[in-house]
Design a protein around this ligand. Structure first.
Ligand code: COA
Length: 159
């Protein structure tokens, strides 16, 4: 049986920290679905289709990664794609409280699906997408933190 995992997130935009998590996930699972959350409570810089395109471009070298989007509950989407695991990145202790709550609630909603926490390389522990968006708006060079296609998209979006 295929071991399938889902890696949900806003990915506005995808960063090298996210890609580091995907790299670790593909070594553990046969198939990893990186899935863009359509979250009405967030006001993203990039549309869901743009975020998908940037993920597809950034992750094209992984043969066992699929990219899609979902709205609604993450556990429902996990069931739709046959995933038994939800991947989440843990960057620092500050992530823990929120992630712990989500993992337990998701377990309550779907006991057969397990949340798996992966830690990115320590050089990405302070990285998040808002920081990248903020820096890019001020014209800072964020090429160290994001793939080239994201760098181009950020430049286009702030000019
Ligand atoms: N590298 C860099 N940044 C990372 C990262 C990593 N490895 N891991 C997380 N981040 C950052 C993200 O860039 C994002 O930054 P931002 O807030 O500055 O934009 C931040 O951490 C939050 O991460 P994200 O993965 O986007 O999580 P989220 O809090 O937006 O939650 C879902 C996304 C999809 C998991 C959540 O909204 C969800 O589950 N939605 C569905 C509804 C549902 O099922 N609810 C019940 C669950 S209890």
């Amino acid at each position: 049986m295929k071991r399938i995992a889902i890696y949900p997130g806003t990915f506005d935009p995808v960063t090298n920290g996210h890609i580091d998590i995907v790299q670790r996930a593909v070594e553990l699972f046969d198939e990893v679905w990186v899935t863009v959350a359509i979250n009405p409570s967030k006001d993203p810089m990039f549309t869901s289709d743009q975020r998908i395109r940037l993920l597809e471009e950034s992750l094209k070298h992984f043969s066992n990664v699929k990219v899609d989007k979902f709205s609604g509950l993450v556990v429902d989407h996990a069931r739709e794609v046959g995933a038994k695991a939800i991947i989440r990145g843990l960057r620092a202790v500050s992530d823990f409280e929120y992630e712990f709550q989500m993992a337990l609630m998701n377990r309550k909603l779907a006991d057969e699906i397990t949340t798996v926490f992966l830690m990115p390389n320590e050089k990405y522990t302070y990285l998040n997408s808002s920081l990248i968006r903020g820096l890019a708006r001020f014209g800072a060079d964020v090429s160290e933190f994001v793939p080239a296609c994201v760098m181009d998209a950020l430049k286009r979006s702030v000019n």
